[in-house]
Design a protein around this ligand. Structure first.
Ligand code: ATP
Length: 928
C-alpha cells in the first residue's frame, strides 16, 4: 500500500506510483485496462424508481381505488361481466399512464446525460476531449479558469491557478494551488495546495494534473450521499396544474355527488347510481394531465435538442415563452468567432493583410507593396509578441478534395488549417506564419517561463519568455487598457516616450479600425532585468513599450440578422453585451440590426458611474453595452428585471455565472463555455449561436401553447361528460350513459388525441405575437371561457340527442339502450371533432385539420375503438350498446358537430365584424 499520501509525494515518486509519462499521458488501451478495476469516474446516483414501482403507482390514485372497490362490490352482487371489464379498462388506463410516465422519465434522464461534463486529457501524447466519466487514475488532465476539476488530481503544473473548494471545505475564498509544494505532514484537505478535488472549481489560471482517485473514491465521493442532487425538476406550470388538479378533483367529486343524489331522488336504483357516480368521477378527473404535460415538455425539449438548444432546467422551457429581452454576447454568438487579422498599425503606418482563415498564406502590404520582415524590426517584434503571448495551436490536416474526385481525377488531399484554442490568438499565429515566423520556430527560440492568463475583467494577457540569456515580457490586450500600462512606444524603429500626442495617435487609429467593425488588439513588451521576478500581473504589466495594433475581422453569423428581426416581430428586444470596444460593437450591432437609430450604447465605465435608478432610466433605450466586465452583466439583468422584463442572458466565462444564474433564462455556450457557466445555466447552446436562442424561444412558446391546447381539450371534454349526466339527473331522465360507457369514453378520448395535441405544430403567427406575461394564468386569453362554453354545449347536445331518441318510446328498455348508444356516440364524436378546434386560438376553420398526422391517426383509432364496441356483437352486451341506423347517425353527427361548428362560425363572424369595424374606424380617422 502507499507509504506516503499523494500530497506528500514528489513528482518523480508520483510518476512511479502511477507509472506514467506526464507528456504522453496514458494510451487508450491502458486507460481501458485501468477502467476495468477503477470503474467509471462518477458518483453513484440516488435511488431510481423501478419500472414495476412506476406501474404500480398508476393504481395508487384514490379514485381508482374507490372504483376498484365499487367494482368488487358489483362483482359480488353478480355483475361479473361489468366487474371484469371495468378492471380491464382500469388496467389498460394504467398501462397508458405507465407508458406516458416512463417515456417522460426516460427523456428526462437522456437530457441529463446530454449536459454531462467533458474534460481535456492527454492520451497517446495528444490533448483530446472526453466525457469526465471516462477518466481513470493516471490520466493527465488540463484545466483552466471556469472548469470543474473532473476527478481528484495531483497538480504537476500550475499557472496562477486558484480553485474554489467551498463544495468540499465550505471555504468560499479561492485557494491558490502550487504544483511544486510538497507537503510533509498529513494536512487537512483545505491545505493540500498540490491537490485538486473533484467537483471544485478553477476560478483563475491554468493547471495540469494527474488523476489520483476517481468516482466514489474521491473526496467528493466520500460525501456523495450528502450532496445527492435532489433538486426537483417540476416547472411552475406543473406545480400550478397539480394544485388545479386538486381543485378539479373537488369540483368533480362535488358534481358527481350531486348527480348521484339527484339520480337516487328521481328513483334510480342505488347500486347502479353508485357505480355510475364512481365511473363519472374517474372519467371527470383529468388524471392524465400531469403526465401529458411532462411528455409535451420532454418531447418539446427533444425538438429543441435537434435545433441545438439543450435544456438543463425544465422550468426554463416555460420561461422561454415569456422572454422579452435577450442579452447576447457578441463574439462567437452573434459573430462567427473566426478571426482574421486584416490590418496592422505600427507607429503611424497602416498596413493591409491579405489571406483568409487560419491558412498561413497571404502578405502584409504597405501602400500596396509587400513589407519585408528583414528590414522592419517593429513589425518583427509585433509578430513575435503576438505569437509568443499565445496559447492557441494551428494544425494542418489533410482533407480529400471531393471536387477533383467528381471530375474523375485522382483525389488530392487539400490542406485544412484547424484551430485549437482562442480564435483571437489563432489569428495572431496565422499573421506571424504569413511572414515566416511559425509557431515551431518561435518555440525553438524562446522558452516560456511564466504566464499571466487572459482574463475578461483585466482584458490583458502576458507571458515571460527567455532566450539566449535574456528575458522578455510580452503583453497583448484591449488597446485602451494596455496603453495605461505603457510608458514608451516603438516609433520609427526607436523606443520613445509615450507622449500624450502619440497616445492620441494610437487611440485615433484604434477608433478608426473599430468603426470598421474590426476587433482591435494592442501588443507591447518589456525586457526584464536578471533580478526581475514579477509574481503578480500588476508587478509585471507596467512600464511597457507599446508596439502597435492589429485589427481583425470576425464576420457576423449569416442567420443572425433574420433571427434578430424575427425577435423584433415577436416583441423581443435584443441587446448586445460585449467586452469589445464600443465602436466595434456599435458597428457590428448596426450591421445586424440590433441598434436602432435612436438606440443608445453604453460602456462598462459609464455603467459603473450610474446608480441603479439612473441605470433603470436608461436601460430600455440601451441596445449595446461595450467594454463591460462580467459583473456589469448582473447589474444589467437586475435592472431589466426591475423594469418588468423576462431576461435571457448568455455567458461563457466563470465570472458570468452570477448573471446567468440571476437571469430568468441563463444561457451558456456549449463549445466555448466553461463548466461553471454551464452549471449555472438553464439552457446550453450546443452551437454557441444566437439564432438557436430564438429557435428555443419559438419552441418554448409552442410547447406552452400545446399544453394550453390539451388542457382545453381535456377539461372541455370532462365538463361535457359531467354536464350530460348532471342535466339528465336534474331532469329526472334515466342514465344517458352506462357506467362502463363513461369509462370507455374516458379511455378512447383522453389518451391518444390529447397526446397528439401535445406535439401539435405551432400556429403560423406564433412569433408575430408579443411574449406572454410571466404571471399569465393558464386559462388567460379566453381559454377558460372556451372550456366552459364548449363543454356546456357538448353536454347539452349529447343530452339533446339522447332525449330525442328516448322520446320515441320512453318506457321501452330497447329504446333506452339505443338512446344510450346515441349519447355514447355523440359524446365521443363531439370530443373528437372538438379536438381539432383546440388546435387554433381562433376557430376550427383557421387550420388545416389534416396537418397534424398524429392527431388524425389518434382520432381515427378512437373512432374505430368506439365503432368496435358498438358493432362487434360479442362486445355489445358488455358495453350495453346497440348498432345505430342511418337516422340515429345523422342525429349523432349533427349534435356532435354543433358545439365546434356553431362556436367556430360565431368566431369567424365576430372576427369579420371586428375587422370591418376597425377598417371603418381607420377610414374615419383618415377622412377626419
Ligand atoms: P464577448 O463578450 O462578446 O464575447 P469579447 O470576446 O470581445 O466579447 P472578452 O473576451 O471579454 O470579450 O474580450 C475583451 C477584450 O479583451 C477584447 O476586446 C480584446 O481587446 C481583449 N482580448 C480578447 N481576447 C484576448 C486574448 N486572448 N488575449 C489578450 N486580450 C484579449
Amino acid at each position: 500500500m502507499e507509504q506516503k499520501q499523494w500530497h506528500q509525494m514528489k513528482t518523480e515518486e508520483l510518476q512511479q506510483a502511477l507509472q506514467l509519462d506526464p507528456d504522453q499521458g496514458l494510451t487508450e488501451e491502458e486507460a481501458g485496462e485501468r477502467r476495468k478495476t477503477s470503474g467509471y469516474n462518477e458518483l453513484s446516483e440516488g435511488v431510481k424508481i423501478s419500472p414495476v414501482a412506476l406501474f404500480l403507482n398508476q393504481f395508487k390514485d384514490f379514485m381508482v381505488l374507490v372504483l376498484l372497490g365499487a367494482t368488487l362490490i358489483s362483482g359480488l352482487l353478480g355483475e361479473y361481466l361489468d366487474a371484469v371489464t371495468i378492471v380491464a379498462i382500469i388496467f389498460i388506463n394504467g398501462i397508458l399512464g405507465f407508458i406516458q410516465e416512463f417515456r417522460a422519465e426516460r427523456s428526462l434522464r437522456a437530457l441529463k446525460q446530454l449536459s454531462a461534463p467533458t474534460t481535456r486529457v492527454v492520451r497517446d501524447g495528444k490533448v483530446i476531449y472526453i466525457a469526465a466519466r471516462e477518466l481513470v487514475p493516471g490520466d493527465v488532465v488540463l484545466v483552466e479558469s471556469g472548469d470543474r476539476v473532473p476527478a481528484d488530481v495531483r497538480w504537476i503544473e500550475t499557472n496562477s491557478c486558484s480553485v474554489e473548494e467551498s463544495a468540499l471545505t465550505g471555504e468560499s475564498m479561492p485557494v491558490n494551488k502550487h504544483s511544486a509544494e510538497i507537503l510533509e505532514e498529513d494536512v487537512p484537505l483545505g491545505d493540500q495546495k498540490n491537490i485538486g478535488f473533484m467537483g471544485t472549481m478553477v476560478t483563475r489560471g491554468t493547471a495540469r494534473g494527474v488523476v489520483i482517485r476517481t468516482g466514489m473514491e474521491t473526496e467528493m465521493g466520500k460525501i456523495a450521499d450528502l450532496i445527492q442532487n435532489t433538486e426537483s425538476q417540476e416547472t411552475p406550470l406543473q406545480h400550478r396544474l397539480e394544485q388545479l388538479g386538486k381543485i378539479l378533483i373537488g369540483v368533480s367529486l362535488g358534481l358527481t355527488i350531486l348527480v348521484v343524489v339527484a339520480g337516487i331522488l328521481h328513483g334510480q336504483p342505488v347500486p347502479g347510481m353508485f357505480l355510475a357516480g364512481v365511473s363519472l368521477a374517474v372519467a371527470a378527473i383529468p388524471e392524465g394531465l400531469p403526465a401529458i404535460v411532462t411528455i409535451a415538455l420532454a418531447l418539446g425539449v427533444q425538438r429543441m435538442i435537434k435545433r441545438k438548444a439543450i435544456v438543463r432546467k425544465l422550468p426554463s422551457v416555460e420561461t422561454l415563452g415569456c422572454a422579452s429581452v435577450i442579452c447576447s454576447d457578441k463574439t462567437g454568438t452573434l459573430t462567427q468567432n473566426k478571426m482574421t487579422v486584416t490590418r496592422v498599425w505600427l507607429g503611424g503606418r497602416t498596413m493591409e493583410v491579405t489571406g483568409q482563415g487560419y491558412e498561413p498564406a497571404g502578405q502584409i502590404l504597405l501602400k500596396g507593396k509587400p513589407v519585408e520582415l528583414r528590414s522592419d524590426q517593429a513589425l518583427r517584434r509585433l509578430l513575435q509578441v503576438g505569437g509568443l503571448c499565445n496559447n492557441a495551436e494551428i494544425i494542418e490536416t489533410a482533407q480529400e478534395e471531393s471536387r477533383s474526385r467528381r471530375k474523375g481525377k485522382e483525389a488530392e488531399p487539400a490542406a485544412v488549417w484547424e484551430l485549437k484554442g482562442d480564435p483571437t490568438e489563432g489569428a495572431l499565429l496565422t499573421l506571424a506564419s504569413k511572414m515566416g515566423l511559425t509557431q515551431t520556430s518561435l518555440a525553438n527560440m524562446y522558452q516560456r517561463d511564466k504566464e499571466f492568463p487572459f482574463d475578461s475583467t483585466r482584458k490583458l494577457m502576458s507571458v515571460i519568455v527567455s532566450h539566449q540569456g535574456g528575458r522578455l515580457l510580452c503583453t497583448k490586450g484591449a488597446p485602451d487598457v494596455l496603453l495605461d500600462k505603457c510608458t514608451y512606444i516603438l516609433w520609427d524603429g526607436n523606443v520613445v516616450p509615450l507622449t500624450p500626442t502619440l497616445r492620441q495617435k494610437v487611440l485615433g487609429a484604434n477608433e478608426k479600425m473599430a468603426s470598421e467593425a474590426l476587433r482591435v488588439l494592442g501588443l507591447a513588451y518589456r525586457d526584464l532585468r536578471p533580478h526581475d521576478r514579477p509574481e503578480s500581473e500588476t508587478e509585471a504589466e507596467c512600464q511597457l513599450i507599446f508596439i502597435g495594433l492589429t485589427g481583425m475581422i470576425d464576420p457576423p453569423r449569416k442567420e443572425v440578422r433574420d433571427a434578430i428581426s424575427k425577435c423584433r416581430r415577436a416583441g423581443i428586444k435584443t441587446v448586445m453585451i460585449t467586452g469589445d470596444h464600443r465602436t466595434t460593437a456599435e458597428a457590428i450591432a448596426a450591421q445586424l440590426g440590433i441598434l436602432p437609430r435612436n438606440g443608445l450604447s453604453m460602456t462598462g465605465q459609464e455603467l459603473a458611474r450610474l446608480d441603479d435608478k439612473e441605470l433603470d432610466a436608461r436601460v430600455d433605450q440601451t441596445y449595446v453595452y461595450a467594454r463591460v466586465s462580467p459583473e456589469h452583466k448582473l447589474r444589467i439583468v437586475k435592472s431589466l428585471q426591475r423594469k418588468g422584463h423576462v431576461v435571457a442572458m448568455t455567458g461563457d466565462g466563470v465570472n458570468d455565472a452570477p448573471a446567468i444564474k440571476a437571469a430568468d433564462i441563463g444561457i451558456a455556450m456549449g463549445i466555448t463555455g466553461t463548466d461553471v457557466s454551464k452549471e449555472a445555466s438553464s439552457l446550453i447552446l450546443s452551437d454557441d449561436n444566437f439564432s438557436t436562442i430564438v429557435a428555443a424561444i419559438e419552441e418554448g412558446r409552442s410547447i406552452y401553447e400545446n399544453i394550453r391546447k390539451f388542457i382545453r381539450y381535456l377539461l372541455a371534454s370532462n365538463v361535457g361528460e359531467i354536464l350530460t349526466m348532471f342535466f339528465a339527473m336534474m331532469m329526472g331522465l334515466p342514465l344517458p350513459l352506462a357506467p362502463i360507457q363513461i369509462l370507455w369514453v374516458n379511455l378512447v378520448t383522453d389518451g391518444l388525441p390529447a397526446m397528439a395535441l401535445g406535439v401539435d405544430q405551432p400556429e403560423k403567427d406564433l412569433m408575430e405575437q408579443k411574449p406572454r406575461g410571466a404571471k399569465e394564468n393558464i386559462f388567460a386569453r379566453r381559454l377558460g371561457w372556451k372550456i366552459i362554453s364548449r363543454g356546456f354545449l357538448i353536454g347539452l347536445c349529447t343530452l339533446g340527442a339522447f332525449w330525442l331518441t328516448l322520446r320515441i318510446a320512453p318506457n321501452d328498455p330497447a329504446q333506452l339502450a339505443k338512446a344510450q348508444s346515441v349519447a355514447f356516440a355523440t359524446l365521443v364524436m363531439a370530443q373528437l371533432i372538438h379536438v381539432f378546434d383546440c388546435r387554433s386560438s381562433r376557430s376550427i376553420f383557421h387550420r388545416n385539420p389534416l396537418q397534424n398526422k398524429s392527431l388524425v391517426l389518434a382520432v381515427a383509432s378512437s373512432v374505430l375503438l368506439m365503432l368496435g364496441v358498438m358493432y362487434i356483437e360479442a362486445l355489445q352486451p358488455i358495453f350495453k350498446t346497440v348498432p345505430l341506423g342511418l337516422k340515429e347517425w345523422a342525429l349523432t353527427l349533427v349534435a356532435a358537430g354543433i358545439p365546434t361548428f356553431l362556436m367556430g362560425a360565431g368566431s369567424v363572424w365576430g372576427g369579420r365584424r371586428n375587422r370591418r369595424r376597425s377598417m371603418m374606424t381607420k377610414s374615419a380617422n383618415i377622412s377626419a
